[in-house]
Design a protein around this ligand. Structure first.
Ligand SMILES: [Zn+2]
Length: 443
C-alpha cells in the first residue's frame, strides 16, 4: 500500500510538470514566430533605400482643417455606388484601400491614424495593461502642431486619447441607433462649423450594425447606406472649399456582412480638398495611407512612424518634401509571407512529423469516437467563447497565418505525444491540452 502511494505522488507531479511544459512550449512557439516576424521587419527597414536629397522648392501646404466621416464597415463595391460618393469623385481623390489583416474597428483605426500596422502578436497582451492610451498618432502630432482634435465615436480611439482634446460619443439619445447617431453627427458638423476644433472625426456605425444584423441586400442594410449617403452630402456642404473633407471606411465586409481577421474586405477613401488633385485615383493601398494623406491635408511633416507607400502624384500644392516623396517602406503581411517562404520546407516537414507522431500517439486504444467528438465540441465552444470575449472587450489580436497555426499545433502535438509515450500524462488529457492551449493562445 505504502509503496503504491509513494509511487503515485511523483507520477502526479510529473503529470503537472508535463502540462506546464506543454503550456510553456506553446507560448515559446508563439514567441518564436513573433521574434521571427519582428526580425524580418527590422531587416527590411534597415535595408530601406536612403531618403532622396531635398529639392530646392519643396514645402508643406499651409495648415488646413479636416473633417473626417468614418463609415464603419464601408464595403468597397457598395461605397463606389453611393450616389454622393460618385458625384464627388470628379473633384476628389478616390482611394482604393486594402483592409488590415486584423479587419476589426480598433486595430483598423489604429493603423489608419498611426500609419503603421501592429507588429507583435503579443501586442494584445500589452493592450491589457495600457488602457490609458499612449499610442502616438496623427492626433497627437496634430495637437503638437496646434490643431484641436475632436472625435465622435463609441470608444474606438481610446488608445490615441492623448492627442484628442475633445472626445465625444457618436450617439446622443433619445431614439434608435440611427436617430442618436444622426443627432451626434449634426453636433459634429456644428463643432466643425464653429471653428472650435480643426480636426473633427465622426465614426458612424449604423452600416456595420446593419451589415451584421440584417446582411447586404436587405431593406435595413440599404436604408443604412441611404442615411450614410445623406450624411456624406450634408458634410460635403458643411466643409468649406479651403478645408479637407474625408469619407473613409475602417474595413469593408463580405457578401454576408462579415468582417473578421484574414478576410479580404477592402474599403475606400475619398479626399476632397485643396491638398489633393481632383479626379485622381490611388490604390489599392494599405489602410495606413490615411496618416500620409491626412498629414498632408493638415500641412504637417510626415511622421517617421508612418510605414507605407508614398503617393506624391495625388498631392496638390507645393513640391512635397523627401519624406512624402519616399516614406519608409511598409512591411506588409504579404511581404512577410514572401520572406517566410524559405521556412516552408522545414516547416512542412515538422508539420508532417508532428502530425503523424501526434495521431499515432494520441489516436489509438482508449481514445473513443465519443470522447473525440466531445473534445472537438468542447474545444470549439471554448474557442468561440474566447473569441466572443475578445470581440466584446475590443481587445486586439493579430491572428497568425495558417502556417504559424500548423507549426504551433504540430509542436503542441509532438510534446503531447512525447508526454504520453513517456507515460507522463493520459492520452485524453494530452489531447485536450494539445487541442485547447495553442488555439487559445493564438486566437
Ligand atoms: Zn463590424
Amino acid at each position: 500500500m505504502a509503496v503504491t502511494t509513494r509511487k503515485r505522488a511523483p507520477w502526479l507531479a510529473m503529470r503537472v510538470l508535463a502540462a506546464v511544459a506543454i503550456t510553456v512550449a506553446a507560448w515559446c512557439a508563439v514567441a518564436l514566430v513573433d521574434a521571427g516576424v519582428d526580425d524580418v521587419q527590422r531587416d527590411a527597414e534597415s535595408h530601406a533605400p536612403p531618403p532622396p536629397p531635398p529639392i530646392a522648392n519643396e514645402a508643406l501646404p499651409k495648415p488646413g482643417r479636416l473633417f473626417v466621416l468614418i463609415i464603419d464597415s464601408l464595403r468597397a463595391p457598395r461605397a463606389e455606388n453611393m450616389k454622393t460618393v460618385r458625384e464627388l469623385r470628379g473633384e476628389s481623390l478616390f482611394v482604393y484601400v486594402r483592409a488590415t489583416r486584423d479587419a476589426a474597428t480598433v486595430p483598423s483605426m489604429r493603423a489608419a491614424f498611426t500609419g503603421r500596422t501592429q507588429r507583435s502578436i503579443f501586442a494584445f497582451v500589452r493592450n491589457f495593461g495600457h488602457h490609458s492610451g499612449t499610442t502616438p498618432s496623427l492626433f497627437s502630432q496634430a495637437a503638437e502642431h496646434g490643431h484641436r482634435v475632436a472625435t465622435f465615436s463609441d470608444g474606438a480611439f481610446y488608445e490615441m486619447a492623448p492627442g484628442i482634446a475633445d472626445p465625444r460619443p457618436n450617439a446622443i439619445p433619445p431614439g434608435d441607433e440611427e436617430t442618436c447617431q444622426v443627432r451626434a453627427f449634426h453636433e459634429a458638423l456644428d463643432v466643425f462649423r464653429s471653428g472650435a476644433d480643426d480636426v473633427v472625426v465622426f465614426h458612424l456605425t449604423t452600416v456595420d450594425h446593419a451589415a451584421h444584423t440584417h446582411g447586404p441586400g436587405t431593406a435595413a442594410y440599404n436604408r443604412a447606406f441611404e442615411v450614410a449617403d445623406q450624411l456624406v452630402r450634408e458634410a460635403n456642404a458643411a466643409v468649406p472649399a479651403d478645408a479637407t473633407f474625408v469619407v473613409m471606411g475602417d474595413h469593408g465586409h463580405d457578401e454576408l456582412g462579415r468582417h473578421f481577421p484574414g478576410l479580404d474586405v477592402p474599403t475606400v477613401g475619398l479626399y476632397r480638398g485643396p491638398a489633393f488633385k481632383p479626379g485622381s485615383v490611388l490604390g489599392p493601398v494599405p489602410l495606413t495611407i490615411h496618416r500620409y494623406l491626412m498629414s498632408w491635408a493638415l500641412g504637417m511633416p510626415l511622421s517617421p512612424d508612418y510605414r507605407g507607400v508614398g503617393a506624391p502624384q495625388v498631392l496638390a500644392g507645393p513640391t512635397p518634401p523627401a519624406d512624402y516623396r519616399s516614406p519608409l517602406p511598409e512591411i506588409s503581411a504579404e511581404f512577410l509571407r514572401a520572406k517566410r517562404f524559405k521556412w516552408l520546407g522545414p516547416l512542412a516537414l515538422l508539420v508532417a512529423l508532428g502530425g503523424a507522431f501526434g495521431i499515432w500517439a494520441l489516436g489509438a486504444v482508449r481514445f473513443t469516437a465519443g470522447r473525440a467528438a466531445l473534445t472537438i465540441l468542447a474545444s470549439a465552444t471554448l474557442f468561440g467563447a474566447w473569441g466572443g470575449f475578445l470581440a466584446h472587450h475590443r481587445l486586439v489580436t493579430v491572428p497568425p497565418t495558417t502556417t504559424e497555426l500548423l507549426f504551433n499545433w504540430a509542436l503542441g502535438l509532438m510534446i503531447a505525444a512525447w508526454a504520453v509515450v513517456m507515460r507522463l500524462t493520459r492520452r485524453i488529457t494530452a489531447t485536450w491540452i494539445a487541442l485547447a492551449i495553442p488555439g487559445l493562445l493564438l486566437y
